[in-house]
Design a protein around this ligand. Structure first.
Ligand code: S6P
Ligand code: ZN
Length: 191
């Protein structure tokens, strides 16, 4: 069998890397507009530009029927009461679904329909998987005290649409309230 990519890889669930594959790093300064508390964001940025998350992607040519996958690692931390998070995206090819599997640490996924009317907060940690249906925006947050690592498997044609989230953030936020992770409406924070 001849393919233009290897069929086997070796990954490290602790460092969040797939051996020999590119690693994208997102620092706090890359997450402008993502966190609800702008003052806390600016204060944190003033103290440095910490790494928030990395993604190591095994991406194959975007042909019908093929799958790609990526390993994500989110550092523990908060901006104000809001946990460190990924930018979040829709798939550019909206029907593309995705499966997330927790590898280490603990966190949640925030799912949201395109009109914002349907939302779910689902656990992501070892022995937990999350199915992200097509047409659903998804963001991952680390609610624990150690790095959260996970793998996401998606159609090679999925692509990322970050603009829709940049224009109109997720309707909900996952915050630490009374010492535990809770999902509340962003609009409630303004009151
Ligand atoms: C790709 C998949 C993940 C994310 C990763 C980082 O479809 O959902 O690999 O890329 O969790 O999140 P984001 O929102 O920065 O792409
Ligand atoms: Zn995705």
């Amino acid at each position: 069998m001849e393919f233009s990519f290897p069929l086997a890889t070796h990954f490290d669930p602790v460092t969040g890397t797939i051996e020999g594959y590119p690693l994208t790093a997102r620092r706090l300064s890359d997450l402008q507009g993502s966190f609800a508390d702008e003052q806390a964001y600016q204060r944190a940025l003033g103290m440095g530009d910490p790494l928030v998350y990395t993604v190591s992607g095994f991406e194959v040519p975007a042909e019908e029927g093929q799958l790609s996958y990526a390993l994500g690692l989110i550092m523990p931390g908060k901006i104000g009461q809001e946990y460190y998070l990924t930018k979040g995206h829709f798939h550019a090819w909206r029907p593309a679904a995705e499966v997330y599997i927790g590898l280490a640490g603990e966190g949640f996924m925030l799912l949201e329909s395109e009109d914002g009317s349907q939302n779910q907060m689902l656990p992501l940690r070892p022995h937990h998987a999350v199915y992200v249906p097509g047409h659903i925006a998804h963001r991952t947050v680390n609610t624990g005290s150690v790095p959260l690592t996970y793998v996401g498997v998606y159609p090679a044609q999925a692509g990322h649409d970050y603009d829709a989230i940049a224009r109109k953030n997720f309707r909900h936020v996952i915050l630490e309230l009374d010492g535990k992770p809770s999902m509340i409406e962003r609009s409630e924070l303004l009151r």
